[in-house]
Design a protein around this ligand. Sequence first.
Ligand SMILES: CC(C)(COP(=O)(O)OP(=O)(O)OC[C@H]1O[C@@H](n2cnc3c(N)ncnc32)[C@H](O)[C@@H]1OP(=O)(O)O)[C@@H](O)C(=O)NCCC(=O)NCCS
Length: 209
Amino acid sequence: MIMRLAILGASGHGKVVADIALLLGYTDVVFFDDSWPNKNSIGSWSVAGTTQTLLDSIIDFEAVIVGIGNNRVRLEKQVVLAAAGATFVTLIHPAAVVSNFAKISKGSVICAGVVVGTETKVGAGVILNSGATVDHDCRLADGVHVAPGAHLSGDVQVGECSWIGIGACVKQGVSIGSDVMVGAGAAVINEVPSGVTVAGNPARPIVSK
Ligand SMILES: CC(C)(COP(=O)(O)OP(=O)(O)OC[C@H]1O[C@@H](n2cnc3c(N)ncnc32)[C@H](O)[C@@H]1OP(=O)(O)O)[C@@H](O)C(=O)NCCC(=O)NCCS
């Protein structure tokens, strides 16, 4: 049976998405990217057109997913495609361990080595990247990215489009607002308000140079 997946976003993350989709039984992946025709290939795949091209051909695909790393852009594109009637897939790598009592919403990607604990709720368009762990009873809003090797203890809340950097860890029960950036390797032990970048151990707000 032919199973065609459209991926919007010909990026490094898009290639990860394609790899997982093929492992899960999709027979064909087709990329779209707004930088087409300048960008006409990605890894082993060709890029077929822009967001508009995809919108015009959406019925040709069994499923659609957004493979864009930028959290806000990923979520915005997902909203546009959903309004056009796209059928979103949730991709869970066969080497991820997801509790039967966790809930993962549409358009999210769970990479190899991820562990998701019981009663955790993961929003739409979320990325749980390689080796990340999200323990029991966490709440991750739409568009969140938990980068490779980051660890969230139980009862952690993460607001819309926040990014937990590579190797960071978050203490149990901590609330992180929306559009937060948690730096690589940070140890978050206190609440983080929306829109703030924190880094270090213990994590504190930083100012970009
Ligand atoms: C936190 C981060 C976003 C800050 O980037 P930035 O806004 O460009 O900040 P700058 O590089 O200008 O650094 C500002 C200050 O914060 C410090 N800093 C930056 N990142 C830090 C980190 N992860 N831990 C500790 N300190 C950090 C810098 O040393 C600098 O300190 P100084 O003013 O004393 O010299 C970035 O460094 C980071 O950690 N990104 C995570 C990347 C990641 O997870 N990638 C995964 C891809 S899947």
